[in-house]
Design a protein around this ligand. Structure first.
Ligand SMILES: Nc1ncnc2c1ncn2[C@@H]1O[C@H](COP(=O)(O)OP(=O)(O)OP(=O)(O)O)[C@@H](O)[C@H]1O
Length: 289
């Protein structure tokens, strides 16, 4: 197997971390900016002093590592193939951000079997790194994997943009999460907006229809402007918050991160998977072992 990964060695801080906050980023429709949101939100939280782990679960079209200019030696696909341990995949990104990369182009891997899900969450329970926040960058669509990761998270951010398909696909995702997976709260983030009011209008559109048909609490998280600096940062393989901190998108991401930091971690686990995910942190592990 691999040589020992320095990041994966026990580096637990002496102060016990609180429960890890798990935030899933999803969108329904592809290409709305979900990975850009995941990367920049994770980076903003890390820069604000939250020890953050960014998990790329998009096994079909992974690109978190590409966006951050990282060169994975192992990816999640290797974990599933038994070629390495989860700890071997851990990469250290800018400012100490931890990244678990997925593998691009493995279309057949986009759907995890229930056993692989259990294996993954079990592998997370074995990780011995202190983390305050875990951001999950999901694949587009409404696959079982997406639903499971969203269900496992304490908060779900649904990214929308100003395209009719984005709003209808976001609604379809929220509907399944609410009706089939017991998700009761959804944060909506509008991306690529031309004007702040555009974000609010998108949210209102979505909220009207969810209020009518679904039993789910919606919250407007805010908007990220359409920003040429973000595209340039992608070309430089950096998070825009690091490459161009004064860019409008960077300022918006920092605001969103501040809001996310204030979210209350629920007292009890929502479901079986969340129970295991919470074992990511050592204190809970000993309490639940
Ligand atoms: N706020 C923004 N301003 C300008 N361009 C943006 C913004 N957000 C995303 N983009 C553009 O949209 C493209 C797609 O973004 P991204 O890869 O983050 O989307 P995605 O939803 O994760 O896609 P996929 O579904 O394929 O994983 C980016 O390469 C970038 O050019």
């Amino acid at each position: 197997m691999s040589s020992p990964n320095p990041i994966a060695s026990p580096v637990r801080a002496s102060n016990d971390p609180g429960p890890v906050r798990v935030i899933a980023v999803a969108s329904g429709k592809g290409g709305v900016g979900k990975t850009s949101v995941s990367v920049n939100l994770a980076m903003s939280l890390q820069n604000a002093g939250q020890r953050t782990l960014l998990l790329d679960t998009d096994l079909g079209l992974a690109n978190v590592d590409v966006m951050l200019g990282l060169s994975p030696r192992f990816t999640l696909s290797d974990v599933f193939a038994g070629r390495c341990e989860l700890a071997d995949t851990l990469l250290e990104g800018p400012n100490g951000l931890l990244v678990v990369p997925a593998a691009s182009g493995k279309r057949h891997m986009t759907e995890l079997t229930p056993a692989q899900h259990v294996g993954l969450v079990h592998a997370f329970s074995q990780l011995d790194v202190p983390v305050d926040v875990m951001i999950i960058d999901n694949a587009a669509g409404i696959s079982d994997s997406v639903l499971t990761f969203c269900q496992a998270a304490q908060d779900v951010i649904v990214v929308v943009c100003d395209e009719p398909a984005s709003v209808t696909d976001a609604y379809a995702l929220i509907k399944v999460l609410s009706r089939e997976r017991g998700v009761t709260r959804v944060q909506v983030l509008a991306n690529q907006v031309g004007h702040p009011s555009e974000g609010r209008q998108l949210y209102d559109k979505l909220e009207r229809v969810t209020a009518k048909f679904l039993d789910v609490t919606m919250n407007y998280l805010g908007a990220i402007p359409r920003d040429e600096w973000l595209r340039r940062a992608i070309q430089r393989q950096e998070a825009v918050v690091d490459a161009f901190p004064a860019a409008p998108a960077s300022m918006a991401f920092r605001e969103i991160a501040k809001r996310a930091e204030k979210w209350q971690t629920p007292n009890g686990p929502r479901g079986h998977v969340e129970f295991f995910m919470e074992r990511l942190i050592p204190t809970t592990r000993s309490a639940t072992a």
